[in-house]
Design a protein around this ligand. Structure first.
Ligand SMILES: NC(=O)C1=CN([C@@H]2O[C@H](COP(=O)(O)OP(=O)(O)OC[C@H]3O[C@@H](n4cnc5c(N)ncnc54)[C@H](OP(=O)(O)O)[C@@H]3O)[C@@H](O)[C@H]2O)C=CC1
Ligand SMILES: CC(=O)C(=O)O
Ligand SMILES: [Mg+2]
Length: 762
């Protein structure tokens, strides 16, 4: 496929991806960001404290002592992401307004990866002085300034001046964020290919913000000046070049006869691309040294696509800025954690010591063995340092602890910290607790689905939301969607969503499927003594999508199934159960997973068993604990009740107590306790009233006493609770089937499909 400039670029996303991207940004509340109050605003008293008259008190305190702003306002955890849109990714100068999606994106990544609050600010000027003035005036509001996507050379003047004038960290991420990650990647790629940093010959393509900063940092690390050739759109930047030079390019000009990128790359060890899509051709990499190191970091599309590069140079170590290939060298690996560390010590700047500490910490992390609990977070897969893992992934849960702690320490050691952290171990623990491992694990689950793609039946493929999910599932490479519905309707739906070749999708329709006679035989055999005539079965298979789909599973035509959008849960499960039995010694039940910024809570059984026996409760607890573990959590199971350890007494406690006794008799595999009220299970202060309680912390697996309370709680939390909800997830059937809620979004359906096909729930 050719890109906008006619460059041949095989990885260009198809049309429907572009539609998806627009849909993603527009559904619900447009954009990706909202502001949420961190204090209650419910009563008159709350309001009088939050605003006038109460607010006058911190005003006076801050006027008397500016440092008090860190105690009484959000300043200390707030970063502005500021751009004028003159170099938006690799798309060029598209203006301040068009940069807003990227800046909102950076702001949400700050929150997602490092719990830093962040807001985007787009400044409509290309005048350096006006831009500087606009940003400088914002100092009181923020704990730090992340400059973004501002083109060179203006960005150098802007950052330098703001650093001099402002007393909070000012960090141009495209320069230093990129340089830090690139440096970490280069260190590790050199180790793997047995090169010394002082010996490598480097070609840098691009001479803008990112390229200049990366070049400066690798030179500071020991690459000799004469070993680096930099190119821009006019070719090699050689000493004495007459055209398109400025002081920043001149600083990296070298004596050389090479005039083109092709010439410069002959025999080069390393290519650093910070330029534009498609700038590196396969024939160019053929002339590089053995085991070349190729970082094609232009976004959204790299200078060369990894498959094309690998074909030309199978011995290369390849990295890109994208998350869908191994080795993502992208500044997202750095900026959230660097600012986290800087904010936590109220640093006045981000200096070279802090940058070097960050680069070293990131490089070191990739070389470390992945500890057991992180391997669980990686879906059980142990990543080992090697050509496809030269750098940790941005969702590696260790990054926050390791990089932020290194940056905070370097800030204190180099004298730019206004606040000292006395106990670094405690600080590391605090950093760890700030993040929820579930999101990292889910990313890994997605990866493991990709490594082992399965066939998943989407039983209601005539529904738009289901088709949308199926397309995402296929395009994400998570597996092969098997679509059940009328061919014509499904194909039209696919076309309407921008799919160019609907025939690429497998569609099963009971009206013309050659499998129907086998399905009928199989199901009749199963149901003939349960009151069904053969013609009843014929009708069920022909007319009921859930029965048809579940039978596809039973016949081995697919590995998992997803349904639930057009029928209630109760009806869907009834239909599925006509075809599928519980797994041996299991009972079907449901789990809702509540995912917050720093916690994940599992609730079970929220869907099926009305009054579970002791035996059933014990099984539900064991299975739910296993799911929690697979999602990266150490389970702490509480059997919930209105009563805590017998108070108040009641007649409904026996099954719960029986479950605890049953678990007592089995080899202990996880912490459990009960019966207890939800507030005791979740609130450490209340739990402390029961010193004999065997839970080592607040419960994260809540086993509900019956379906009434379980289902009500799950639905109340979904509607009122504020957490993201995964589920209900269905466990215990002989084949993996997931029954989503009727209000599911496409991405919720994809998550369930991926969880089912990756074997996290079944
Ligand atoms: N992976 C990552 O983390 C990051 C990647 N990047 C990527 O790096 C690229 C540059 O960004 P940034 O430095 O902020 O932008 P700038 O606008 O500051 O610089 C762009 C530079 O790229 C050069 N360039 C553009 N096209 C070509 C080409 N075909 N061949 C050679 N040089 C070319 C320009 O040359 P000239 O001087 O002649 O105009 C200019 O020097 C973007 O694609 C961006 O997405 C940036 C930051 C982080
Ligand atoms: C990643 C990034 O900041 C860029 O491509 O501009
Ligand atoms: Mg950028």
């Amino acid at each position: 496929m050719a890109d906008r400039d006619g460059v041949d670029f095989p990885d260009r996303e198809p049309l429907h991806f572009e539609r998806e991207a627009l849909h993603f940004h527009s559904y619900g509340r447009p954009g990706k960001i909202e502001i949420v109050a961190s204090k209650p605003m419910a009563t008159q008293r709350d309001l009088s404290l939050a605003y006038s008259p109460g607010v006058a008190v911190p005003v006076k305190a801050i006027a008397a002592d500016p440092a008090a702003a860190y105690d009484y306002t959000a300043k200390g955890n707030l970063v502005a992401v500021i751009s004028n849109g003159t170099a938006i990714l690799g798309l060029g100068n598209l203006g301040a307004l068009a940069s807003k999606p990227v800046m909102e994106g950076k702001a949400v990544l700050f929150k997602r990866f490092a719990d830093v609050d962040s807001i985007d600010i787009e400044v409509k000027t290309e005048d350096v002085d006006r831009f500087i003035e606009a940003v400088e005036l914002l100092e009181p509001s923020f704990g730090g300034i992340n400059l973004e996507d501002i083109a060179a050379p203006a960005c150098f003047i802007i950052e330098q001046t703001l650093r001099e004038r402002m007393n909070i960290p000012v960090f141009h991420d495209d320069q230093h964020g990129t340089a830090i990650i690139t440096a970490a990647g280069v260190i590790n790629a050199c180790l793997l290919t047995d090169r010394k940093i002082e010996d490598i010959k480097v070609v840098v393509n691009g001479a803008g913000a990112a390229a200049i900063a990366c070049t400066e940092l690798i030179k500071a690390m020991g690459v000799p000046h004469g070993n680096v050739i930099m190119c821009d759109r006019s070719g090699v930047i050689y000493k004495g070049r007459p055209e398109k030079m400025d002081q920043w390019k001149s600083a990296h000009a070298v004596e050389t006869d090479c005039r083109t990128l092709t010439e410069a790359l002959k025999g080069a060890d390393v290519f650093l691309g910070l330029s534009a899509a498609g700038a590196l051709k396969p024939e160019m990499v053929k002339d590089m040294a053995d085991k070349p190191i190729i970082f094609a970091m232009a976004n959204p599309d790299p200078e060369i696509s990894p498959p094309v590069c690998k074909e030309a140079r199978p011995d290369a170590i390849i990295a890109t800025g994208r998350s869908d290939y191994p080795n993502q060298v992208n500044n997202v690996l750095g900026f959230p954690f660097i600012f986290r560390g800087a904010l936590d010590v109220q640093a006045t700047r981000i200096n070279d010591e802090m940058k070097v500490a960050a680069a070293a910490a990131i490089a070191e992390l990739a070389r470390q063995q992945v500890p057991e609990e992180v391997a669980a977070a990686y879906g059980g897969e142990t990543k080992t340092f090697g050509e496809d893992y030269i750098i940790p992934a941005p969702f590696d849960p260790r990054l926050m602890e390791v990089v932020s702690a290194a940056v905070a320490k370097a800030a204190m050691d180099s004298g730019v910290a206004q606040k000292q952290i006395e106990d670094m171990d405690a600080y590391r623990q605090e950093l760890k607790a700030r993040l929820n491992p579930t999101t990292a694990v889910l990313t890994q689950v997605y990866d493991s689905a990709r490594d082992n793609p399965k066939r998943v039946v989407f039983a209601e493929a005539e529904e738009e939301v289901v088709l949308r999910a199926a397309i995402q599932f296929r395009e994400g490479g998570y597996g092969i969607p098997v679509l059940v519905g009328r061919d014509k309707k499904v194909k039209q739906g696919l076309k309407d969503m921008g799919v160019e070749n609907p025939d690429d999708f497998e569609i099963y329709n009971s009206a013309n499927s050659p499998l129907v006679p086998r399905m009928v035989d199989m199901l009749y055999e199963r149901l003939q003594r349960r009151g069904y005539l053969r013609r009843d079965i014929q009708r069920m298979v022909n007319q009921d999508r859930n029965i048809f789909s579940a039978t596809l599973l039973q016949l081995g035509e697919a590995d998992a199934m997803i349904t639930g959008v057009t029928r209630t849960f109760a009806q869907s499960i009834r239909e599925v159960r006509r075809v599928l039995d519980p797994r041996e010694e299991q009972l079907p039940f449901g789990i809702h997973v509540m995912v917050g910024q720093s916690h994940t809570t599992f609730l079970a059984d929220t869907t099926i068993n009305e009054r579970p026996s002791s035996e059933a409760l014990a099984t539900i607890a064991e299975q739910t604990a296993a799911v929690a573990r697979r999602l990266g959590h150490t389970p702490r199971v509480a059997f919930l009740s209105y009563s805590t350890f017998g108070n108040p007494p009641g007649k409904w406690l026996e099954n719960i107590r029986g479950a605890v006794t049953l678990l007592d008799q089995r080899p202990p595999r996880f912490e459990y306790e009960g019966e207890m009220a939800p507030d005791v299970a979740l609130n450490p202060a209340l739990m402390a009233n029961y010193p004999f309680c065997r839970l080592s912390g607040p419960a994260n697996v809540l086993i509900m006493p019956g379906l009434q309370s379980a289902n009500l709680s799950a639905k109340l939390l979904r509607e009122l609770g504020g957490d993201s909800v995964i589920g209900p997830m269905l466990l215990g059937l002989e084949k993996p089937v997931q029954i989503a809620t009727m209000s599911s979004t496409a991405s919720e359906l994809v998550t369930l499909a991926v969880l089912a096909s990756a074997g996290v729930v079944s």
